[in-house]
Design a protein around this ligand. Structure first.
Ligand SMILES: [Zn+2]
Length: 313
């Protein structure tokens, strides 16, 4: 097992994505000492496990350390009690005890959290939400998720579900939205992920008679004045505003920070705050809505921070 560390401020963070696995060695609060990225293997769970192990060893070799605390950000959620993953869109992970398997292979304790939790933790510690106590973070990308950090600490919840925003129903649906709820890959109808993820925006555009094009292209066409794309973008902003009004009503965070590919849509920050007060239970909502400042790196920085600084032994 691990010996008392000669490097008490070093921690390894791994962000396990669908196409890439990113890893860093974080020194103290914010200094990145080593950084590597590999492709996520396409041939199943064991290959993914081996790729993570190799990446950790390579990062440690680069900084001349071993046995460092390891935090891993993954898609899906970690089932409380069993440590097994569920609802990961990388299907080979589901039902697997990734944390326990890594602990056995690397002879050290491992902490696991979902990617939205890691993003929120990173942005709350030294990102766009650093000045705030009660932080809700969301990922708007291929998937949709959320995380809650209070006083710089991640709230996971009794069932490991805190902030699981992507798989709740779209709130205050219109008659048309109720008639034709999209089926989510998780098996439920009308999940936020099915409406406001990138693929959700594309599917909505196709339902209106538009082309099957990525969300980024829809936004470009809307900005160029194309009416149909404009209608799709407007509906998307409306739905995001309703979904965020629900968060304001329940948690009333000091800030909402947005990561993921769709966080680059600038209309989000100008338009959503004009709409959400219609649905929140107050006449005026002044919650700041801001973009993540660490971008893609937020996941891996948050994963390293699943270990507090005094845990390096
Ligand atoms: Zn769902």
């Amino acid at each position: 097992m691990s010996q008392p560390s000669a490097h008490p401020n070093l921690r390894v963070g791994i962000d396990l994505g669908g196409t890439k696995i990113a890893g860093i060695v974080l020194d103290g609060e914010a200094e990145v000492r080593a950084e590597r990225r590999v492709d996520t293997p396409e041939n199943g769970y064991n290959a993914t496990l081996e790729a993570i192990i190799d990446l950790v060893m390579a990062l440690e070799a680069e900084v001349g350390a071993s046995g460092l605390p390891l935090g891993v950000g993954t898609p899906g959620s970690v089932v409380a009690g069993t440590g097994r993953l569920r609802n990961a869109n990388s299907q080979c992970l589901n039902g697997r005890a990734l944390g326990a398997d890594l602990e056995a292979a690397l002879s050290r304790p491992v902490r696991l959290a979902n990617d939205a939790d890691c993003l929120t933790l990173s942005e709350a510690r030294d990102g766009a939400a650093a000045a705030h106590r009660n932080v809700f973070g969301v990922i708007l990308g291929t998937g949709v998720g959320g995380g809650v950090v209070v006083d710089k600490q991640l709230i996971t919840g009794r069932n490991g579900l805190a902030g699981e925003w992507g798989h709740v129903c779209l709130p205050w649906p219109s008659a048309a939205e109720t008639r034709q709820p999209p089926r989510c890959w998780c098996g439920l109808d009308s999940c936020l992920e099915a409406w406001i993820s990138g693929p959700g925006m594309t599917a909505d555009h196709v339902r209106r008679g538009g082309y099957d094009i990525p969300a980024r292209a829809i936004v470009e066409r809307a900005e160029a004045g194309e009416r149909l794309a404009g209608a799709t973008l407007k509906a998307w902003l409306q739905r995001v505003a309703r979904a965020m009004a629900m968060i304001v009503n329940i948690l009333d965070p000091d800030v909402i920070v947005v990561g993921g590919g769709l966080s680059q849509i600038r209309w989000l920050y100008s338009e959503v705050p004009k709409i959400w007060a219609q649905h929140a239970f107050a006449e005026h909502i002044d919650t700041p809505l801001v973009a993540a400042i660490h971008g893609d790196a937020s996941g891996v920085r948050g994963a390293a921070r699943l270990w507090p600084l005094d845990s390096g032994s």
